[in-house]
Ligand binder design. Structure first.
Ligand code: ADP
Ligand code: MG
Ligand code: ZN
Length: 622
């Protein structure tokens, strides 16, 4: 179809060209153009007849006398001959009309016949707008067809959207196919139990979460895990992908969601899975181009379906995202996706397990050491590891080997690493070392201070976009109030990372930026909001308020205190930070040895559980 359309366009252009050339040739050679001054003299010499005057030209015929005059005037004796050869005794001529008030008078005096011509006949006026319109329609049809042929399904298939509900009776994926995410599996076991036997839970009146949100970096196995839950429970798996909704026609998205929930009711017990929830569930009003109406309609439909849904029927709504921070707050409210399951990057052990899963079906020589491979792939996610195994198998096949050898794996890793480095997701060994000391610094300070939460886990596996490692502290009890010394301790912990870098490397890196931000924030709040500064006394100084979820820029609130007070506030804030820095430094200096030891272990193991950390600390104390 495209080919034909293109052909006809060229055909059209060629015809036009030929037509223009022909017209020029035919008319150009037969009509003598004369200048206006020549024309005036021709009139005086009785050289013209049968004039037709139009708004901008004067056409007519040259008499033999006129031709002779013209030949003389132009000093071109052959002109008479040439005109004769054309076979016309009275050739046509044309001149451009000029403003000439005496023309009619002159014509009358010489007795030349003349008539006027009305420019616009109905035909010309019709053609003058019909032709361009036809041309436009032609071009429009041409492009329309082109677009239609290119896009999947074409523009003509309005309503047949890409967003399909995939229904799988049985996913055949089980937890055996997933590895390295044991914690997430553990959390999902309850859901599986429920799906296997919803009636049992109903009798007991237990409350089952409606929505489960899997959160984690791309490629960590969120989609896989969701399918495994369905496979383990042996229930149907209905899935939709959020990004399919983005380019859709009005009303279709909402209809799909309605359809999805209606199907789920019939098939219960089952799982509804909405992949890439962030594409659909971006906070409303966050789009830079103003609202994205269609997406919002779909999101609203999803929210209302979730509200009107009864879990007792045995339907669990699962969803996955790698950007939980941009989700609409309404989505994660109680009664919706209120259960969050972290699917994190795998640890060393986890990576070994994932390698085991993916090498189940491939032939390898016995010398292949999966642990070694896991050690060589820090920071990689399940999808990367699956990729490595695949790549290694291809390499071995290309080399006509009967089984994959270690060298094939090594080369495959190099290739995948090169690809990831381009995308900036890998740390070099030096960076890893800095991060290890930094995180150990946080952890040791946290464990040394009396009021801080215990360390739950220290990790140097990169996580999220900004964070290179993390130290996770778990509160031992719910807190509503915090004392001044608790806040001070918290600041010391935040600065611990940077202090460790200072002590060990004698310089600081950019990795502490977020820590500093948070420490400064605490210090500011202490001075300005909580009246915790002795110098300024128990007074609050209004600070600008930001809306909780939206990153809108608000004009700063006008200050209701003097410049002098402002300086005093700044001084107090920096004194608090200074003090926290000092305390962190004192702690880490006294524990320099254990800092080195823990950092080295962390560097090797990548993850250190809180209890192991405390065991190390205690062994030192004895
Ligand atoms: P996500 O949805 O988190 O982006 P996927 O579930 O799509 O990641 O993972 C892509 C592929 O990577 C999976 O099909 C699987 O082959 C592999 N994979 C990822 N994580 C794991 C894991 N934890 N265990 C085993 N395979 C994994
Ligand atoms: Mg996915
Ligand atoms: Zn830090």
């Amino acid at each position: 179809m495209t080919k034909l359309a293109r052909f006809s366009i060229w055909y059209f252009l060629a015809t036009l060209l030929v037509f223009v050339i022909l017209q020029n040739y035919l008319i150009g050679h037969r009509v003598q153009t004369v200048s206006y001054s020549e024309f005036r003299e021709l009139v005086d010499k009785q050289g013209v007849k049968d004039l037709v005057v139009s708004s901008d030209t004067i056409d007519g015929k040259l008499t033999p006398a006129g031709v002779e005059f013209l030949a003389k005037q132009r000093q071109d004796p052959e002109l008479v001959e040439r005109i004769k050869q054309l076979g016309e005794t009275e050739p046509a001529f044309s001149t451009v009309r000029m403003e000439d008030a005496t023309l009619l008078e002159r014509l009358d005096k010489q007795g030349v016949e003349y008539s006027a011509r009305l420019e616009k006949t109905w035909l010309t006026s019709l053609l003058s707008w019909l032709l361009p319109m036809l041309l436009l329609i032609g071009i429009w049809v041409y492009f329309f067809r082109k677009i239609g042929a290119g896009a999947a399904g074409g523009l003509m298939t309005v309503g047949k959207s890409k967003a399909k509900v995939y229904v799988e009776g049985e996913t055949k994926v089980t937890f055996k196919d997933v590895a390295g995410v044991e914690e997430a599996e553990e959390e999902l076991k309850e859901i599986i139990e429920f799906l296997k036997n919803p009636a049992k839970f109903q009798v007991l009146g237990g409350k089952i979460p409606k929505g489960v949100l899997l959160v984690g970096p791309p490629g960590t196995g969120k989609t896989l895990l969701a399918r495994a839950v369905a496979g383990e429970a042996k229930v149907p798996f209905l899935s939709l992908t959020g990004s399919d909704f983005v380019e859709m026609f009005v009303g279709v998205g909402a209809a799909r969601v309605r359809d999805l929930f209606a199907q789920a009711q019939e098939k219960a017990p089952c799982i509804i899975f909405i992949d890439e929830l962030d594409a659909l569930g971006k906070a409303r009003g966050l789009s830079p181009m103003g609202g994205h109406e269609e997406r919002e309609n779909t999101l609203n439909q999803l929210l209302s379906e979730m509200d009107g849904f009864d879990t007792r029927k045995g339907v669990i709504i699962m969803s996955a995202t790698n950007r939980p921070e941009i989700l609409d707050p309404a989505l994660i409210r109680p009664g919706r996706f209120d259960r969050h399951v972290l699917v994190d990057r795998p640890s060393l052990k986890g990576r070994e397990a994932i390698f085991k899963v993916h090498t189940r079906g491939v032939k390898m020589v016995p010398e292949v050491d999966l642990f070694k491979l896991a050690a060589r792939t820090p920071g990689m996610v399940g999808a990367d590891l699956a990729n490595i195994v695949n790549e290694a198998a291809l390499l071995a096949a290309r080399r006509n080997k009967a089984a994959i050898e270690m060298v094939d794996f090594e080369e495959a890793i190099d290739r995948v690493v090169a690809g990831l480095e381009k995308r900036n997701r890998m740390m070099n060994p030096r960076e890893k070392e800095i991060v290890a000391y930094h995180e150990t610094g946080h952890a040791l300070v946290a464990e040394s201070l009396p009021t801080t939460d215990r360390v739950h886990r220290v990790s140097i596996i990169p996580r999220g976009v900004g964070a290179l490692g993390y130290t996770m502290q778990l509160p031992t009890e719910d807190r509503y109030l915090m004392t001044k010394s608790e806040l001070e301790d918290r600041m010391a912990v935040l600065l611990g990372g940077r202090v460790a870098e200072e002590l060990v490397f004698d310089e600081v890196s950019t990795g502490a930026q977020n820590d500093l931000y948070r420490a400064t924030d605490i210090a500011r709040s202490m001075v300005r909001e909580y009246g915790m500064s002795e110098k300024l006394g128990p007074m609050t100084f209004e600070r600008e308020r930001r809306p909780l979820f939206l990153e809108t820029v608000m004009p700063p609130a006008s200050k209701d205190y003097s410049e002098g007070t402002a300086q005093e506030i700044d001084r107090e804030v920096s004194a608090l930070i200074e003090n926290a820095h000092h305390r962190a430094k004192a702690i880490l200096e006294s524990k320099r040895e254990i800092l080195e030891k823990v950092a080295k272990i962390l560097l090797e193991k990548e993850v250190l559980e809180g209890d192991d950390l405390r065991a190390l600390l205690n062994s030192k104390a004895e």
